[in-house]
Structure formats: C-alpha cells, structure tokens
Design a protein around this ligand. Structure first.
Ligand code: GAP
Length: 531
C-alpha cells in the first residue's frame, strides 16, 4: 500500500475510533491543534507512564553498575518572561519564513523543498536527472518539455505552469547540487509550492506563542516552547531540597507550544504538543561519556515500545544545523509513512554544555554553580594544592539533554502498529505491544440474553482493577471482534452457552486470531502472564 494511503487511513481510523480529533472541529477546526479522544488519551498516558517508570522510578543502570539518580518535576507553563531572554528563545527561537507575493501564503523556508518533493511531478523530474552529477542542457530542455505537457496535468496551478523555465532551472540546478552533496534537500527555491508565485526572501519569525497576565498593566508572557527551561530555573531548588549529587538528572513531561509556520503531517508537527525531556547535569569532563550513555539508553527505550529496529536510526546534526545552545546533537529518527524511505525526527539528544545554567545565572544574578564535595575530597587525597582544590571543586555542570515528543511517540506507535490484513473483516488491525494498547481486554457476552450478560459483567468487575477492560454487549460478536482489532485490543474474552454449563470462556488472541478455552477462574492469571 502506498505510504500516503497508509497515512490517510491512520488519520481516518484515529478520528473514527476516537484516538485523535481535529481540535474545535464543530467550528471548522484550528490548524495545528488536536484533541486526544478516549482511546488516544489512554495510549498517550501508557507511553508517558512507561517513560516515567523507566527514566524516573526505575532509571537505567549507570556505567558504575548502580542506578543513576533521576528526579521528577512539574514546572509552570508560563514563567517570568526574562526566562526566554536568558534561554535565547526571545531572540533566537525563530524559523526562516517566506511569503508568496501572489497568493500571500506563508511557508517555512526549510519546508518549501519538502512540499516540492512531495509532488509527483518533481519525483519524475528527479528520476529523469539521475544522480544529478552530470546534467546537460538537453536534460533540462527535456524536463521543461515534460513539465509543459504532463506536468501541467499532474500539478495544475504550480510554478511550472506559469513560470516553467524559471522554476525548472532553479529546481534542476538546486537538485543537482544537493544530490551531488549526497542529501536531497533543496533550499531557497524562491517559488511558491502552492501557486508558483515569487516567494519573498526568508525572514525570521519567532515561534513563541504569547499571552498576557494581569488585569492592570498586563505583562506580556509566553507559553513555554519546551519543558526544559523549567528544569534549569529549578536547578538550585532541587540541589538545595533533595539529596541529589552531580551527576543527576531532572525529568519533566508536559505541554509545549510553538507557533509553527506550517504545522503538518497530522500530529507530527503541531502548535500544541507534549514533550518528555530530561536534563542530565554532570561534570564537564564527563559530558562525552554521558552523551554516549544517553544515546544508547534512549534508543533502547524506543525499542522497548515495540518499534522495529529497522525503522529507527541515529542521525548526527551537521555543525550548521546545531541549535544555539548545542555543542553536539544526535537525533533518533523514525521511518514515518510520510518520510519513507527517509526518516524524520523523534528525539534529540543534545550536549548543551553549561549554556543554560550560565545564561540563567547571568540574567538572574543567582549563583547556579555546584560545589562538588566528593571531588574536593578526591583532589585533597591526590595532594592538589589548596588553590587547585578550591578552583576545581566548584563548577557549572554540563548538561546532556534527551528531549523527545510524547505526541510524536503516539504517532510512531500508531504508524508502527498499523497492519493491513485482508483476512479480517476490518481489513487491518493495530498490532500494539500489549503493554501500550489502550484497551487490554474486551469482555463480551456472546448474546445479550440467556444469563450471559450477568456472568460477563461479573467477570468485567473482577478484572477491571487489574487491566483496562471494556465490556460490550452490542452488535454481533464478529463486529465486536473487528472493532477490537481496529483499536488494537490484544485479548477478547467471550462468555457463551458453554460457560453457563462448565464455567469456561473463550479468549481470542488479536494477532493469531485463534481462541483458547479456559476456566473463568483462570482468566486473570492467563492475561497477567501475557500482558
Ligand atoms: N529542549 C529541547 C527541545 O525542545 P526540540 O528538538 O525542539 O528540542 C524535542 O524538541 C522533541 O519535541 C522533538 O524531537 C519532537 O519529538 C518534539 N517536538 C518538537 N516540536 C514539535 C512540534 N511542533 N509538534 C510535535 N512535536 C514536537
């Protein structure tokens, strides 16, 4: 099935079955905002709880063989506006934007290329110029001819229809350059992907969403664009009030807001989203070691969600794409249906150095350094001079930051679980790893009479404290199984005529579609073993 179709089907399934709805739909929606329905919120919570469990409650074992130290935080979404000046967001958190002089649409300059790349037209053109190393004028001429003819049909309204030569020359040359560099990523095409008009030069557009606080002389504030800064602001509070010692981490999950210029690809890039971030504070000399540690641990965690190894990869940031705070960054990427065969970002692991603590210290006038008592003792034992001991045992910790998107993780699990299957009435099923399935067990009376509902309801009351269960007595049993397949429920327990005679029930396995018969008293144990 083409990847575009898979994505359309996932979006439609999410709406139909109550995972994700467009926000404010009854008013026509609002671009870049989504609501998580009854199943979506369960799926999202399952992922977040697993992250919290594995990162905060049972954090990974460190290089010394002991569990690392990690504590949690839930900081305010709105902070003193000075926060964003110090963090660099007020000045530097911006995307380059281009406006079309003709249709007046706004585009993120670095998305214009992707929009072109999605057109069938450019795909065919890219094929026609091969690897782009040797484009002769004849090829350009052929492509132009092709664009005037077939391209006009495939992409009516695009640049090539009105400004064919200009568009093609720019595209072909740019494509060739990019292909030669080994990465097909066109930039600064200067042509509107919507109507073919001229685009303005890129201008910086700040991504922070603002609001106002207070009734008299209201103060301009910002909704946080990342959960990270609340952690830096509380560094001193946490050191002073808990028993943590460097190296340690602080973890936080929650909403972040960005006025994305082109929110797109369903929940992949939205204006309101959730993040799961950790700031790991360590001695500057140890930062490279912890960077490697977190790279490995975070990849392990994504695999623990049941994501196939072949759909995940690391990608190091080039020097020119590093954020203002970063010394080095690696992304964990996933092969989304809309990026396939390429990959798209899922999590960033950044070496932020001492940037944030230093900035907040300078802007707030508060000391945000760390006195390392253990290091002081060690230095003394090693015979260091009093001056050296004093100078070295107080320092600003470096930060390694594994920053991931919770709502993006929801999208990954939906894409990963989506499994076409012509043999089923639903023609597909969601193959969630059972642990993350929104509903773990469906409990059904075969028919809604003959004493079956009473037995089924009693079983439901027994099981619902242990697993997320759904009791359903409506429609035919086939339709109920099909619905459970569509929402990815791993097990369905059915109470039938035989149950009333011998106290056994059937348990249907979502993946194998087979059924086993077990005693009603054994259902809980059977499920616990498999969930
Ligand atoms: N504190 C660092 C930071 O926020 P980021 O790479 O901008 O880094 C981290 O964001 C993660 O948050 C991304 O890898 C992505 O999963 C998620 N994310 C960022 N912007 C998003 C958006 N507009 N919509 C959904 N998820 C987003």
């Amino acid at each position: 099935m083409p990847d575009a179709t898979v994505m359309e089907q996932i979006v439609s399934l999410c709406k139909r079955r109550g995972f994700i709805y467009p926000a404010s739909e009854i008013y026509g929606g609002i671009n870049g905002f989504w609501d998580y329905g009854p199943l979506g919120v369960l799926l999202k919570n399952n992922i977040r709880d697993w992250w919290w469990n594995q990162m905060v409650l049972c954090p990974p074992i460190g290089p010394d063989g002991h569990p690392i130290e990690m504590v949690g935080l839930d900081s305010a979404i709105i902070q003193n506006p000075k926060t964003w000046v110090a963090s660099g967001h007020a000045g530097g958190f911006a995307d380059p934007m281009q406006t079309c002089r003709q249709c007046k649409k706004l585009f993120r300059a670095d998305h214009v290329a992707a929009m072109f790349m999605e057109s069938e037209w450019l795909g065919a053109l890219a094929d026609s110029i091969g690897d782009g190393t040797n484009i002769d004028p004849q090829t350009i001429e052929n492509a132009e001819k092709w664009a005037r003819g077939k391209g006009r049909k495939l992409a009516p309204g695009l640049a090539f229809v009105r400004g064919v030569e200009k568009a093609l020359n720019a595209l072909v040359v740019e494509l060739a350059v990019q292909r030669r560099a080994g990465r097909l990523q066109i930039s600064n095409i200067g042509i509107c992907p919507n109507c073919g008009g001229d685009l303005t030069e890129p201008r910086q557009f700040n991504l922070m969403l603002g609001s106002e606080v207070g009734a008299v002389d209201p103060v301009k504030v910002y909704l946080r664009p990342e959960t990270a800064q609340g952690i830096f602001l509380n560094f001193k509070n946490i050191i002073d009030t808990s028993r943590v010692k460097v190296p340690f981490g602080v973890a936080q999950t929650g909403k972040s807001f960005r006025n994305e210029v082109t929110p797109r690809n369903f929940i992949f890039r939205s204006r309101e989203f959730e993040q799961m971030e950790m700031e790991w504070f360590c001695h500057p000399d140890e930062a490279p070691k912890w960077y490697e540690f977190w790279k490995a641990k975070r990849m392990e965690w994504w695999r623990s969600l049941g994501v196939a190894e072949s759909n995940l990869r690391f990608r190091d940031h080039e020097k020119d794409e590093l954020s203002h705070y970063s010394k080095m960054t690696v992304d964990i990427e996933y092969k989304y249906p809309f990026t396939s065969p390429d990959f798209g970002e899922l999590e960033g692991i950044a070496h932020r150095g001492e940037f944030d603590l230093k900035q907040h210290s300078e802007h707030s006038g508060q000391k945000l350094d760390y006195f390392d008592q253990e290091l002081q003792l060690r230095l003394k034992e090693q015979g260091a001079s009093p001056e050296e001991v004093k100078a070295k045992s107080r320092y600003i910790p470096n930060v390694i930051e594994p920053a991931s998107g919770l709502t993006r993780a929801v999208l990954v699990l939906l894409c990963e679980a989506y499994t076409p299957d012509e043999a089923r009435p639903s023609k597909m099923f969601l193959k969630f790893k059972p642990q993350f399935a929104p509903i773990k067990v469906g409990i059904f009376p075969l028919v809604n009479k003959d004493g079956m509902p009473e037995v089924a309801e009693k079983l439901y009351l027994d099981l619902r404290n242990q697993f997320t269960c759904e009791y359903d007595a409506k429609q035919s049993i086939g339709k109920r199984y099909a619905r459970m397949d569509e929402i990815g429920t791993p097990f369905c327990v059915t109470i039938d005529g035989q149950t009333l005679q011998d106290q056994t029930v059937t348990i249907r396995d979502r993946d194998a579609m087979g059924q086993v018969r077990v005693g009603i008293g054994q259902v809980s144990g059977y499920l616990r073993e498999r969930l």
